[in-house]
Design a protein around this ligand. Structure first.
Ligand code: SF4
Ligand SMILES: [Zn+2]
Length: 333
């Protein structure tokens, strides 16, 4: 392996211990850079809502200026963050394209909200359903049967999938060592059918395919850096507007918003959001997704909530995935 910055050969002696992509010298420099970025993110987070809205509008306009209005789209999930993003973007570009990936695992309230946006709020939305390159439709159940259940977190599921697909003894030991170093508690689940492939199959690939088909060049995403370790790490490295740097161009103009900002915006501008949020849910993600479920309060986790709020969908979960949930030691009753 070579250092990401200066390209010298990395050895045991010269590799930066906290980040194995760098040599010691470049790793130290990069750490200073990240510390500076963290200070910037904190100061952006401490701005008031008015300033944040202005900044967000500027970032969206930058994307449109760079690629053209007919080459950018809002990646729309029907959740409150992307609804706030849509509200701000439509305030500048009323007809801006929204693409919604229906994962086949959506709450009925999400689908109803999408219908309302499209038919009554005149939002320009295209819905894509998960099909692969051969036109074959994928469902959540099919993904679980083929690849494994998305459980605990993306990183854990990815580590388990990687472990299960290693070919040589050496790579197997490496990935085992990775699991034990980072998620020792979850090592006991490593032989269970768990995988992070679901999002690729049901969301990312269909969205990207449609975007490519329509000639889109940049996705505008309503994600907050505070949502996950990976999102914050991404922001620190690349910032809000990532154009011509990585494989995909992305505009993430809400990155520095907090959950409280989202709620304040919704209230101040009377933004209509999915009814799901009035039913005890704080997220609108996929009904059966297991990412983060282990961190939710036992007694009111998403599956236990589902039992009360959506009995029909709950019985489907139990019928198809009960034995897996037992193996994963996740409460669902
Ligand atoms: S959020 Fe979860 S269930 Fe939905 S597509 Fe991604 S991994 Fe699958
Ligand atoms: Zn270097």
């Amino acid at each position: 392996m070579i250092c990401k910055t200066c390209e010298i050969e990395l050895t045991i002696d010269n590799t930066y211990p906290q980040d194995h992509r760098y040599c010691n010298k470049c790793g130290q420099k990069h750490a200073v850079f990240l510390t500076g970025r963290r200070i910037i993110l904190e100061s952006m987070r401490s701005m008031n809502l008015e300033s944040k809205i202005i900044q967000t509008r500027t970032l969206i306009k930058e994307a449109v200026r760079e690629f053209g209005l007919d080459k950018v789209y809002i990646s729309y999930s029907g959740g409150k963050d992307s609804t706030v993003l849509s509200h701000i973007a439509k305030g500048i570009y009323p007809d801006i394209l929204h693409i919604f990936a229906n994962t086949t695992n959506e709450y009925p309230e999400t689908l109803e909200h999408i219908r309302w946006e499209q038919e009554e709020n005149h939002t320009n939305i295209i819905t894509v359903i998960p099909k692969d390159v051969h036109g074959e439709i994928w469902t959540f159940k099919k993904v679980v049967e083929h690849y494994g259940y998305p459980m605990y977190s993306k990183r854990i599921s990815n580590a388990i999938r990687t472990y299960q697909h290693t070919i040589t003894e050496k790579t197997r030991n490496n990935s085992l060592e990775y699991i034990n170093r980072n998620f020792k508690k979850y090592s006991k689940y490593k032989e269970l059918p768990i995988s992070d492939k679901c999002c690729d199959k049901l969301k990312k690939e269909p969205l990207k395919r449609k975007a490519r088909e329509l000639g889109m060049e940049c996705a505008i995403l309503g994600i907050l850096a505070s949502e996950s370790y990976q999102r914050e790490k991404d922001w620190l490295e690349y910032g809000c507007n990532v154009f011509h740097v990585r494989k995909d161009n992305q505009c993430k103009p809400l990155s520095f918003w907090t959950d409280e900002d989202i709620l304040e915006y919704i209230e101040r501008f009377s933004v209509r959001i999915s009814k799901l949020y009035d039913m005890g849910y704080s997220r609108n993600g996929c009904m059966y997704c297991g990412f983060g479920v282990h961190l939710e309060t036992d007694g009111s986790n998403r599956y236990q909530l589902l039992k009360k709020s959506h009995p029909l969908q709950y019985s489907y979960l139990v019928k198809n995935f009960e034995s897996l949930l037992i193996d994963f030691e996740i409460s669902y009753k």
